[in-house]
Design a protein. Structure first.
Length: 203
């Protein structure tokens, strides 16, 4: 039967007379249409209920693979440079230990005050007063402010600042004020700060 004959037969069929219980004796063109319709429905159902889920699962697994590859590259780089990282850690430990040694302990603060006083006298300054101020606690260290009041001239002040910077302990100078006094001398009030590692509080 040709395609044109099938179309002609379909036009002559009264679909209202077709009985689902007698599907075996339906005309061949109707059977073919029904078969194609069933195949299409099965394929669409398979896509929406199975293939679509598999596709979403594939996309999820692809994203996981991408993340794992990035983690692998990062860890591979770290593993390849492990020896360099270890060497850096050793150097950092040495640097940190050297810096800790420059921070005075509680028992060394009086000696530090004496060192600052000696630097002042050695610079030609006259020490009016030197006194500890209230400590300031930060996250990792404790700040120990020291108020210094001295008299002299600009050159003496410069020598004093250089001498303090050369002390074996870390001391920084802040918030200075200089004014003229009688006799052509100058008065300088400056705040020196030294620091103590906070872990020492629990020792």
């Amino acid at each position: 039967m040709s395609f044109q004959d099938s179309l002609k037969e379909l036009k002559e069929i009264d679909f209202a007379d077709l009985d689902i219980q007698q599907i075996g004796i339906w005309p061949k063109p109707v059977k073919m249409i029904l078969l194609v319709s069933v195949v299409i429905v099965v394929l669409l159902s398979g896509y929406f209920f199975k293939v679509k889920d598999l596709r979403q699962q594939h996309q999820t697994e692809f994203r996981k693979e991408t993340t794992l590859l990035q983690q692998y590259e990062t860890k591979s780089f770290q593993a390849a440079n492990l020896d360099a990282y270890r060497q850096q850690m050793i150097e950092l430990d040495k640097t940190f230990g050297a810096l800790l040694k420059q921070l005075p302990k509680d028992t060394e603060v009086p000696g530090l005050l004496e060192d600052i006083t000696e630097v002042a006298y050695g610079s030609g300054l006259s020490m009016k007063s030197i006194s500890l101020q209230p400590e300031k606690v930060s996250e990792f260290y404790i700040e120990l402010p020291i108020k210094i009041d001295v008299t002299g001239d600009y050159h003496d002040f410069g020598s004093f600042v250089s001498g303090v910077a050369a002390l074996p302990r870390i001391v920084t100078l802040h918030d200075y004020s200089i004014k003229n006094i009688d006799g052509g001398l100058l008065n300088m009030v400056v705040e020196a700060k030294t620091y103590r590692y906070k872990a020492e509080v629990s020792q």
